[in-house]
Each structure stands twice: as structure tokens, then as C-alpha cells.
Write a new protein. Structure first.
Length: 136
């Protein structure tokens, strides 16, 4: 199974988010770009980490995933600022809270991904050893 690069995933998410933010100009809501930014970041986190379990070079994928996450956060924040005219500190503090939660969720999901992958690798090696010894 071929898994797309995290940079490609982040680029696709950023393009969709930008279209949604620009479409939100019709509504004329200054909070919408920041909400779209947070929602699309969450979408990236869930699917990127789920795909990371199946990556062949797991730690290289995680490293690229972290870099793409940082680029996505900065890029979407910049687009949200340009479109809404609000900084991350405006809007009653909800913008900061969303991104702090996203950062914590990223590290939590990455930790789960690494743990699941390590358990799967361990069990696979154990099964191969048992097959080799003829116990199964």
C-alpha cells in the first residue's frame, strides 16, 4: 500500500482549507477562517496518524509528519489572519485554545501511533520466530 507523503497530505489539506476560508467570505464571519483552520488541522491529525501506522519507514514518516504539521499550523494561521483580519490573540481566546489543543492532540496521537506500531512489530517478530521453531 502506497501512503502519500505527509507534506503532500498537508498541502492538500491546506488547499481545501483555503478554498473553504475564501468561500466563507460570503458569510462575512471573522471567526470562520480560524474555525476552518482548526477543523482542517484536526482532519490532518487523525488521518495522518492513522496512515502512519502502516508506513514502511515509520520513524522517517513521523519526522516528516511533525514537520508537515508545523508547516500546516503556521500556513493555516497565516491564511486565517489574512482573510479574517484577526490575530490568533483576538476572538476571546478561543483561537489560541484550539491550536494548543491541536498541538497536544498531535503529540498524543503520535505517541499512540508509535506504541501501536512497536507492538505490531514485536508481535510479528515473535510469530516469525515461533514459525521458524515449528511451534505454530
Amino acid at each position: 500500500m502506497s501512503i502519500p507523503s505527509p507534506f503532500l497530505q498537508a498541502g492538500g489539506i491546506a488547499a481545501v482549507a483555503l478554498v473553504m476560508m475564501l468561500g466563507g467570505l460570503i458569510i462575512n464571519d471573522q471567526e470562520l477562517p480560524w474555525l476552518v483552520s482548526g477543523a482542517m488541522t484536526l482532519f490532518f491529525l487523525v488521518f495522518n496518524n492513522a496512515l502512519g501506522i502502516f508506513a514502511e519507514k515509520h520513524f522517517k514518516y513521523i519526522q516528516r509528519s511533525l514537520y508537515s504539521f508545523m508547516l500546516l499550523i503556521v500556513g493555516l494561521s497565516f491564511f486565517a489572519y489574512l482573510i479574517s483580519g484577526q490575530t490568533i490573540f483576538d476572538g476571546g481566546g478561543i483561537n489560541r485554545t484550539i491550536f494548543v489543543v491541536m498541538i497536544m492532540a498531535n503529540f498524543g496521537l503520535l505517541g499512540l501511533t508509535v506504541m501501536i506500531r512497536n507492538i505490531a512489530d514485536f508481535l510479528q517478530k515473535r510469530d516469525e520466530k515461533l514459525h521458524k521453531n515449528g511451534r505454530i
